[in-house]
Design a protein around this ligand. Structure first.
Ligand SMILES: NC(=O)c1ccc[n+]([C@@H]2O[C@H](COP(=O)([O-])OP(=O)(O)OC[C@H]3O[C@@H](n4cnc5c(N)ncnc54)[C@H](OP(=O)(O)O)[C@@H]3O)[C@@H](O)[C@H]2O)c1
Length: 337
């Protein structure tokens, strides 16, 4: 799923290439499956107060995704019970094609309480890496990708020799791809800095999990460079945390909503599939994460696999680009709900 040496989609001639069209480049993200409350635009009330029920439902989303052919699953200790759930699910499988990516650096602190004052705490120290690895290593041998969760310049993690050396040790010992995830206005600056990190004379990071959608297109500035260097790209927040869905609180997106609705009707899919497809088609060979919180959403998300946007559609969607400052200011105002 994550190998970078094949290009599954070539922007201008993909519509004629049936062999590449059906390759599943969608992965399942587990953030909304492990935490009953999540940062997004949630327009419908959703009662996740029964944890046993929530866990059961989340488990079915993972199993449905697997049965639909998904083989890449993204998780993190910061996603509440997600890592535990993935681990429990893996125990029901014996399939070498499954690939798990996890992260370290955030601790979930909300204890499944919607009113929690603090939902997660970030710490990029060697002590946190060691502590979280103790649990995450149970995901081996399915664990293939280990990421610094939300690497920033401020935490100094890309210059922390103790941390980098320990990651290098884990990379070698367990044959892992080491990645970073990025969030915020300076994603590209952080990626550029990460590309300069070398260990034993070799570029260290293999994979970049980046926020990308037609509102924040900043990844396009560096995606070709990443792919030409054989790096893997994973796209997160392809639905802009729910901002792609019509919502009266965002009147400035009226034209975008109308366009998305037209495209959804043209291809007989939902708006979610259009947004996911935009990521799949515009960043060649990237894995795009579905963030579905239930099985219905997942099966709708998967429809992204069943059609191709035209060049004109893509151009139209690309016209909805906003500045990273605008995007992330709006993102910061979203609530845990
Ligand atoms: N590394 C990081 O810092 C980081 C940050 C964010 C995400 N991620 C990863 O990326 C994955 C995806 O990102 P994301 O979940 O934040 O963002 P997203 O894909 O932009 O949004 C996901 C949300 O969209 C809604 N949705 C999905 N399909 C829908 C449908 N068919 N109809 C209506 N609503 C639908 C759901 O909201 P409701 O639940 O409200 O229905 C879902 O929780 C996560 O699971 C996680 O693995 C990583």
């Amino acid at each position: 799923m994550l190998s970078s040496n094949k290009i599954y989609f070539v922007f201008n001639n993909a519509q004629n290439d049936n062999s590449k069209k059906n390759k599943i480049m969608i992965g399942l993200g587990t953030a909304a499956l492990g935490r009953p409350q999540y940062i997004n635009v949630r327009q419908e009330d959703c009662d996740n107060s029964n944890l046993t029920e929530f866990r059961k439902q989340s488990f079915s989303v993972i199993e449905d995704a697997y049965n639909a052919g998904i083989r890449y699953f993204d998780t993190a200790p910061g996603y509440g019970l997600a890592e535990e759930l993935v681990l429990e699910w893996l125990q029901t499988k014996n399939d070498k094609t499954i690939e798990i990516g996890t992260k370290w650096g955030y601790t979930y602190t909300a204890n499944f309480d919607v009113n929690a004052a603090v939902h997660e705490v970030k710490e990029h120290s060697l002590a946190k890496l060691n502590e979280q690895w103790k649990f995450s290593k149970q995901l081996l041998p399915y664990l293939k990708v280990y990421q610094i969760h939300s690497a920033t310049l401020e935490t100094g993690v890309l210059e922390n020799e103790d941390v980098l050396n320990e990651l290098a040790h884990l990379k070698k010992e367990h044959n892992l791809k080491i990645g970073i995830t990025t969030t915020g206005t300076n994603q590209i600056e952080v990626i550029k800095k990460a590309l300069k990190v070398e260990i034993d004379g070799e570029q260290f990071f293999d994979l970049f999990q980046v926020t990308y959608n037609f509102l924040d297109q900043s990844l396009q500035e560096i995606s070709e460079e990443l792919l030409s260097q054989n790096k893997s790209i994973v796209i997160k927040e392809a639905l802009a945390n729910g901002r792609v869905f019509r919502n009266e609180n965002y009147p400035h997106y009226q034209k975008m909503y109308a366009t998305l609705e037209d495209l959804a009707s043209k291809y007989n899919v939902g708006i979610d599939a259009i947004a996911l497809k935009y990521g799949l088609q515009t960043i060649p060979n990237a894995t795009v994460l579905s963030g579905a919180s239930n099985t219905n959403q997942f099966s709708e998300n998967l429809k992204a696999n069943a059609f191709m946007l035209s060049d004109d559609d893509i151009e139209l969607l690309s016209s909805f680009k906003v500045s990273p400052d605008f995007y992330w200011t709006e993102r910061k105002q979203l609530q845990w709900n």
